[in-house]
Design a protein. Structure first.
Length: 255
């Protein structure tokens, strides 16, 4: 019985979206349509999780981040201390979660520390126990200068975390158009799929940033991709009430 209810709810959402598309020229009708989809839907697209400051989840050995001179210096952006620590500590030293000084500096938006660590030979593509890289931490923190520094020095934008997310997905969650453009221009995969089947343009649709939707569509993102529940970017935009993103998706063939 529960399965039938869920399937019925899905049909309500899908039918509502298709009907609502026909009323795009009437703002009042479209607003009512979006309200209807949000209020009546008994099933919703896979919720996008906020992973902005998640660290690794491992319990392996590693230095204590509260006491290790290198990591402390990177976290506090103390450049003189960082340079001193680099004389005695390997640049890619990790804590028990697999996080490096570069990851801490990226998460903390500490540009001088990032630059110092990059110059000192830090591995830009190391992953912590959750699969996050320094680039992912920078993208999640809306740290545009950090993202650009890492990309310019060879960071790979297409590495996936354990949940299947890439740096582009994390940037789209926060909606920063400059970071999104940098990642896409550096080869970020606009059709990468997470463990739940979510694609970058679905994150853009849910966030509601029409400019990011346009950037992805122009780079070849599939505007009719489906996640594991069968939801498309158009449904994501409708479910979250993102009118501008919805219009942009339809303009590029979304349905």
């Amino acid at each position: 019985m529960r399965v039938l209810i869920v399937l019925f709810g899905f049909l309500l959402v899908t039918s509502g979206v298709l009907i609502g598309i026909n009323y795009l020229q009437d703002g009042a009708l479209l607003a009512k349509f979006l309200d209807k989809v949000t209020q009546d839907s008994s099933t919703q697209p896979q919720r996008i999780q906020d992973d902005l400051f998640r660290g690794g989840t491992g319990t392996g050995t590693g230095v204590d981040p509260a006491n290790d001179p290198l990591i402390v210096a990177a976290r506090t952006n103390n450049i003189s201390q960082l340079q001193q620590a680099l004389k005695n500590t390997p640049v890619d030293t990790t804590d028990s979660t697999g996080m490096t000084a570069l990851m801490y500096a990226s998460r903390g938006r500490n540009l001088e520390s990032v630059q110092t660590l990059v110059t000192s030979g830090a591995d830009l593509n190391l992953q912590d126990r959750s699969g996050y890289t320094a680039l992912m931490y920078s993208a999640a923190a809306s740290f545009e200068a950090g993202v650009n520094t890492l990309l310019q020095n060879g960071a790979n934008p297409n590495i996936k975390a354990k949940d299947g997310k890439t740096a582009l997905d994390l940037a789209l969650e926060s909606g920063r158009t400059g970071i999104v453009s940098s990642l896409v221009s550096s080869g970020g995969d606009v059709n990468a799929v997470t463990a739940n089947g979510v694609t970058p343009i679905m994150y853009a649709a849910a966030n509601g940033n029409a400019a990011n939707v346009r950037t992805l569509a122009l780079r070849g993102a599939d505007v009719n991709a489906k996640d594991m529940c069968g939801f498309t970017p158009v449904i994501y935009a409708a479910e979250y009430g993102r009118l501008d993103a919805l219009k942009e998706l339809i303009a590029y063939g979304g349905n």
